[in-house]
Design a binder for this molecule. Structure first.
Ligand SMILES: [Zn+2]
Length: 301
């Protein structure tokens, strides 16, 4: 019993020490490891919009967390409630494993998200606990109210993460992170601007594998609500191929221009898969040098 007690005392000490030191060891700018947090409304949103970039960060040894602000309990035609929420949490965790990121699912109802103070504080806590250098979330222009309000909630958190008297039990961030938006197709009141475009050709298959973990969505709910259930192939291999075709983002002229800026002309012409992000006006405003530090996979060739 004794050695066990000593061991457990040591482990508690070690854990405490780790807990106390980790914000400093991995503090924003205090270590070469970057800390990225992507925040989506549903357990698959971050995977769609940033899965390839997240996998690249993870491969390079950086720390990435996905957060789903709702538990996804409305996203199915025949299942719902707690049973569906549990299924989706398990799918999200599996996707996280495949991408090399940690995945948190907050317990707010799907389809009912509103930008209230309670959820704003949940988001502030997540960003602070992760000690984030970069925060990525949707723009507040979107067809889905949960996406729209996730955008608003993260905007509302962008200043507050540094205010000590807001959720005072979790220390404020020393440096305001860089806030970015995921790509979307909405044109009003203004179109998405691809400030940063990451070549994800080398992690595209991994991104699809992450999406494939969300079986309730990729092969059941989304085909049903989209009216294409009959197109879903039967075998696992065929499904993945189908998903890859379906989820290939077309690189438009603006994205190509952005790729050219970050990677050089010759290289950018050959990029097959990419993900773009727009710099939010709130939070730290990065110059090009800072963007290169925060996105070290973008290198001039
Ligand atoms: Zn969604």
């Amino acid at each position: 019993m004794k050695p066990l007690q000593i061991n457990s005392r040591f482990s508690i000490l070690f854990l405490l020490l780790n807990f106390c030191l980790s914000p400093f060891v991995f503090s924003q700018g205090g270590s070469s490891q970057l800390r990225i947090i992507m925040i989506g409304a549903h357990p698959d949103d971050c995977d769609f919009d940033g899965g390839g970039t997240a996998a690249l960060f993870a491969k390079m040894g950086h720390a990435v967390k996905f957060v789903s602000v709702t538990n996804g309990d409305a996203g199915h035609q025949t299942e719902g409630g707690g049973v569906l929420a549990k299924r989706r949490k398990a799918e999200a965790e599996e996707s996280g494993k495949r991408l090399g990121v940690s995945y948190d699912v907050l317990d707010n109802h799907d389809g009912e998200l509103v930008p209230n103070l309670d959820v704003r504080l949940q988001i502030i806590r997540k960003i602070r606990e992760w000690n984030a250098d970069v925060v990525i979330a949707p723009r507040p222009n979107d067809y889905h109210p949960d996406h729209r309000y996730t955008g608003v909630l993260v905007q509302d958190a962008a200043y507050m993460v540094g205010v000590p008297n807001v959720t005072p039990h979790i220390p404020p961030l020393k440096k305001n992170p860089v806030f970015l938006y995921f790509q979307d197709k909405f044109q009003r009141p203004n179109a998405f601007r691809p400030d940063i475009t990451v070549d994800i050709s080398s992690t595209f298959d991994q991104k699809i594998s992450g999406l494939d973990a969300h079986k309730s969505q990729m092969y059941e709910w989304l085909p049903w609500i989209g009216g294409y259930s009959k197109d879903v192939p039967q075998s696992d291999a065929d499904r993945k191929k189908w998903l890859a075709q379906q989820r290939t983002i077309k690189i438009n002229a603006d994205m190509r221009k952005s790729l050219e800026k970050w990677y050089g002309k010759e290289y950018s012409d050959k990029v097959q898969h990419a993900e773009s992000f727009e710099i939010c006006e709130y939070g730290t405003q990065p110059n090009d040098e800072e963007i290169r530090r925060l996105f070290p996979m973008m290198k001039k060739n």
